[in-house]
Write a protein of this length. Structure first.
Length: 244
C-alpha cells in the first residue's frame, strides 16, 4: 500500500507513535565494536525518527530512551548513556526548538545526575511554546512504577477526604499518569526483532497496534518509519467491537 499522504494521516487517526529503541548493543557486536559505539550510532536514528514524524504530519512521538531497569547495567555504560544525553540535549536543542518541536519528559527524573536534570528542565522551558511535534522522552521510566505512583496519589486524596472511591474511573486514573494530556499511542513500535513491550506505557498501550521490526535501532530510518505507518493503516482497529 504505499505511504499515506500527510493529510490522510489525520483522517486515519494516526496521531502518536511510541518507539522502543532496541538493538544498539547487537548492532555494535555485529561490527566488533563496543556497545557504547552502538548507543552513539543510535542517536542518528533518533534524528531520523523525529524528522520523519514531522514530515509525515504525526504530531506525537515518544521515545523509550532509558528504562528504570537500565540502572542495573554496568556503571561505565550508564555513565556513557548519561554523557550521550548531555551531548544530545546540548547539540540538538536549538535545532529542535527552531523546528517547532516541544520536548517533554516522563520518568523518575530525580534519579538522573543533577546536571542532566537541569538540561531536562532547560529543554522543557525552551520548547514549551512549540506545537509542530510533541517529542516525549522516557528517561528512567517504568510503566509499573508510573501506575503505582498514580495509585499512591489517588489513595492520598481518599485518605485526605478529598475523593470518594466511587469517583474513580479510567479517565480520572489516567489524569494522574505522567502522560496526562497526551493521546494514547496508536502504535507501539519496537526494533531489533524482540517481541515484548518491556514495561513501557503499560496503561496507555491497551489498544495500541504493536509493530515489531527486525531492524536494529542504529539502522532505523525514514523507510522503516513508513513501513510501520503502512502496516498501521492496513489493520482494522475495532476496540472490542466488530468491523463495519
Amino acid at each position: 500500500m504505499g505511504i499515506v499522504e500527510k493529510n490522510d494521516l489525520t483522517a486515519n487517526s494516526l496521531k502518536h507513535i511510541a518507539i522502543i529503541m532496541d538493538g544498539n548493543g547487537r548492532w555494535a557486536n555485529k561490527r566488533a565494536l563496543s556497545r557504547l559505539k552502538g548507543h552513539e550510532q543510535g542517536a542518528n536514528a533518533v534524528r531520523e525518527a523525529i524528522k520523519g514524524c514531522r514530515e509525515l504530519g504525526i504530531p506525537f512521538l515518544t521515545l523509550f530512551a532509558f528504562s528504570s531497569e537500565n540502572w542495573k547495567r554496568p556503571k561505565d555504560e550508564v555513565n556513557h548513556l548519561m554523557g550521550l544525553f548531555r551531548y544530545f540535549f546540548n547539540k540538538e536543542l536549538k535545532d529542535l526548538s527552531e523546528a517547532g518541536v516541544k520536548v517533554n519528559f516522563i520518568g523518575n527524573i530525580k534519579k538522573l545526575p543533577e546536571d542532566v536534570q537541569d538540561l531536562v528542565q532547560i529543554a522543557k522551558d525552551k520548547t514549551a511554546g512549540n506545537t509542530d511535534l510533541v517529542l516525549t522522552i522516557a528517561l528512567s521510566y517504568g510503566g509499573k512504577e508510573e501506575i503505582t505512583s498514580a495509585a499512591r496519589k489517588i489513595a492520598k486524596l481518599i485518605l485526605d477526604g478529598e475523593l470518594a472511591p466511587d469517583e474513580i474511573d479510567e479517565t480520572f486514573f489516567a489524569s494522574h499518569l505522567e502522560t496526562d494530556g497526551l493521546p494514547d499511542p496508536d502504535i507501539i513500535l519496537r526494533t531489533s526483532g524482540e517481541q515484548r513491550i518491556s514495561n513501557f506505557l503499560l496503561w496507555q498501550s491497551a489498544y495500541s497496534e504493536l509493530i515489531f521490526q527486525e531492524v536494529l535501532w542504529p539502522d532505523f530510518d525514514r523507510s522503516w518509519l513508513e513501513k510501520a505507518v503502512d502496516e498501521f493503516h492496513s489493520r482494522c482497529r475495532r476496540y472490542g467491537a466488530i468491523s463495519v
